[in-house]
Structures are given as C-alpha cells and as structure tokens.
Design a protein around this ligand. Structure first.
Ligand code: NI
Length: 173
C-alpha cells in the first residue's frame, strides 16, 4: 500500500485523455488499493487515475458516510442519463479549498468493470451520480472548474499557482 501524489490544478497533465485499461491484472489491482488509500487519506469521495498521473480509465469512489463502501469503475461508460439535472456544490482533491456549483444529471446508469474485471451496470443517483460524472470528466482531461465562468476559473488558477508556490517556499525553509 502506498499514498500517491495528487496532481494539482492547473497541472497540464490533468488535461490528459486516459486510455482504456487493457487487462485487470495485479498492476491494476495494486493501483486500485493505492488509489483507495490515497482517497481515504485525503478525505475525498472520489479519485480518478488521471489525478495520480496514471492515464488509464479507472476511478475509485466512496460516497458512504461510514467510508466503507468503495466502488471501483474501470473503463466506465454512461449508458443512460436522466432528463433532469441537479446543481450541486463540487470540490476536487486536485483543486483544494475550492467549492462551486456544477450542473449534472440527477441519475446515471454506468457500465464498467469492477475491481475483479467483472462487467457491471451501476445505477447512481444524486451524490453518487454527481461523483461518477465528476470522476469520469477527469478521465477526459476535464476538471470541474472548467464549467465555471472564465473569470472565476482564472481567479482559481491564480490562487492555486500562488498556493503551490507558497508550499514550495515552505518546503525550502
Ligand atoms: Ni476531482
């Protein structure tokens, strides 16, 4: 088990489009274990492989209050989306401290392989549905702040760059 470093916005590799996982082997299983550990450690409800600089279609999610219901989606595809949408306040481990409203489908059905490589269809609603859509965006190289106005996005970008510079200076002391 290992904690993986998380790329922070506006890191250019967050915009990489992930490739499908070819085979669910021990390498992928180790990656799943490490990503779950990293997500729980960072107190996130979802993490995409893109965020840990691995550009393969894999996400881990846990929206349970008890933090004991890990969901693994490999090569996820939305096969159905509800006609209605919800506006939800989103955050992201790659954009620490920033929360803003994004509109998403209220419910989606997602076809994906689980952590054992078995194909399943998951029916996700509300928070889980939002989380699935947020994480799947990461696999397409999209960060949630890209839904916000250019003005807001630029402010966030400036803030993140400053934060990362301050952290670097902090580390040198
Ligand atoms: Ni995110």
């Amino acid at each position: 088990m290992a904690l993986l470093p998380i790329l922070c916005y506006p890191h250019p590799r967050l915009h990489t489009v992930a490739k499908p996982v070819q085979v669910v082997d021990t390498r992928i299983k180790t990656l799943i274990t490490d990503m779950l550990e990293t997500m729980y450690d960072a107190k996130g409800i979802g993490l995409a492989a893109t965020q840990v600089d691995i550009h393969e279609r894999l996400v881990v999610i846990d929206t349970s209050d008890e933090r004991n219901q890990p969901l693994v989606l490999i090569n996820p595809e939305i096969v159905w989306a509800s006609p209605d949408k919800i506006l939800n306040e989103e955050g992201c481990l790659s954009v620490p401290g920033i929360y803003d409203g994004v509109e998403r489908f209220t419910s989606v059905h997602v076809k994906a392989l689980d952590g054992e490589g078995v194909s399943r269809v998951i029916q996700a609603e509300e928070l889980l549905a939002v989380c699935v859509q947020h994480e799947m965006d990461h696999l397409l190289g999209k960060v949630f702040v890209e839904y916000l106005s250019p003005l807001k996005r630029n402010r966030i970008k400036t803030k993140m760059i400053k934060l990362q510079r301050d952290e670097k200076l902090e580390g040198k002391r």
